[in-house]
Design a protein around this ligand. Structure first.
Ligand code: CA
Length: 231
């Protein structure tokens, strides 16, 4: 399974290369851009799992970009980690007020950066943080990549696994096809929404007697529930 995709928005080449080499080494997929415009183009294509955002950038500042991305439906769920040379308490507050999830002052160690990335992923997107989840008699473990139903392993494809992982980490909520494409496939631009229906069908087949936990919400999308049939 490929690691979390990290969009690195940093105009200082040296820093961005250092970050990128290390992220790759630790199994992440970094994508480096130098300003807000390039970052926006990336976001319009494939959504990352986390954004590392430098404060001082040519053109729009990191602060303005964080504010913009937080206000837009498509990007508001992506964790943002601000990088900056400033260490002032007031700047820290401004950064967090703009919607950044965390804040890292340069120079920082790679170990600290990795720890902060893991922390924001765990908070915002637990399905990326490599944790296990249990709902009813269904158990999913991302580190071993296994799904157990009452202790018995179930077989499913990688897309069904990712889909189930997302649904189990965000249960009892209705997800539209577009939001599932964004959060599971990482992109809703190049894939048709009915692709979701195909994989939901396969997922239900793989879930065997637990298939009713994946509910269709007519006209809206899908919901994973611990209590199938309860309104
Ligand atoms: Ca900079």
């Amino acid at each position: 399974m490929s690691g979390p995709r990290v969009l690195v928005v940093e105009d200082e080449r040296g820093i961005s290369e250092l970050i990128s080499v290390n992220l790759r080494h630790y199994g992440y997929q970094p994508v480096c851009v130098e300003d807000g415009e390039q970052a926006q183009r990336e976001l319009d294509g494939i959504l990352p799992d986390v954004i590392l955002l430098d404060w001082m950038l040519p053109g729009q500042s990191g602060l303005a970009l964080a504010r913009k991305w937080r206000s837009q439906t498509r990007t508001k769920g992506i964790p943002i980690l601000m990088l900056t040379a400033r260490g002032d308490e007031s700047d820290k507050v401004a950064g967090l007020d703009s919607g950044a999830d965390d804040y890292l002052t340069k120079p920082f160690s790679i170990q600290e950066l990795l720890a902060r990335i893991r922390a924001v992923l765990r908070r915002r997107a637990p399905e990326q943080a490599g944790e296990a989840v249990q709902i009813g008699n269904l158990h999913l473990d991302t580190s071993s990549h296994r799904v157990l139903l009452s202790g018995q392993p179930l077989k499913m494809g990688p897309t069904e696994f990712k889909l189930l992982n997302f649904l189990m980490q965000h249960p009892e909520r209705v997800h539209t096809r577009a939001s599932l494409l964004d959060r599971v496939w990482g992109d809703h631009v190049f894939i048709e929404e009915r692709t979701v229906d195909v994989h939901i069908k396969r997922l239900r087949e793989a879930l065997d007697t637990a298939s009713t936990m994946v509910e269709t919400v007519r006209g809206v999308g899908y919901r994973f529930t611990a209590n199938p049939g309860a309104a």
